[in-house]
Design a protein around this ligand. Sequence first.
Ligand SMILES: N[C@@H](CCC(=O)N[C@@H](CS)C(=O)NCC(=O)O)C(=O)O
Length: 235
Amino acid sequence: MATGIVQEVIPPVLDSTSDQPPLFDGTTRLYISLICPYAQRAWIARNYKGLQDKIKLVPLDLSNRPAWYKEKVYPPNKVPSLEHNGKIIGESLDLLKYLDSSFEGPSLLPDDPAKREFAEELLLYTDTFGRGVIVSLKGDTDVGAPYDHLETALSKFDDGPFFLGQFSLVDIAYAPFIERYHPLTLDVKKYDITAGRPKLTAWIEVRYVLQYFYGLRPVDRVEQDRSISANQKMI
Ligand SMILES: N[C@@H](CCC(=O)N[C@@H](CS)C(=O)NCC(=O)O)C(=O)O
């Protein structure tokens, strides 16, 4: 089946020796790291909304960061950040909402107020989820508990395989993390997060298909493996 996917050419990664791209010259720029899951949230949203031509990627080398990034662009010195309309916006979850409300393309939130309320709840849970996973990988707490929470969440709406039924920014918020935790948990704890969790299994499968369909696979295998081994160092 022809999918019509054109793989995006990723611009060169900028480091401490690189010149700063012009700031506030009217170009919209998304500052990322190729292996950062938070940056991937914004990157996936950009691609899903079809904004590849409108939002230029600026990949940074976080281990050898250009000084101008902190000094002139984004003082918190983290990625992602978005340069748009004369301002810089940071924090990946805020960026998901900003990209959705400020740009054209398919909506990342349903109209249904009950679904929107649940979206907020699940976005709030992302940090708790991440902490729960890391603590369980480091110690003896129940490895499955954070995934049980997701399995229950995925059962709430049955009009599609995603958290809110239809694909939304909630799926994007979790995707880059589950993509890493799934093989990492198997590796470190010999624990398969999909076993006995049919909804999570379906979510992971359909998400992979979607990633390829929309060209949403931002990291190649090598980068992903690098990132998994970086995560392992944290444990
Ligand atoms: N809460 C931030 C977290 C972003 C974040 O921690 N990004 C990492 C890379 S994955 C970073 O820029 N780290 C650089 C640093 O902390 O100095 C968000 O959601 O955007």
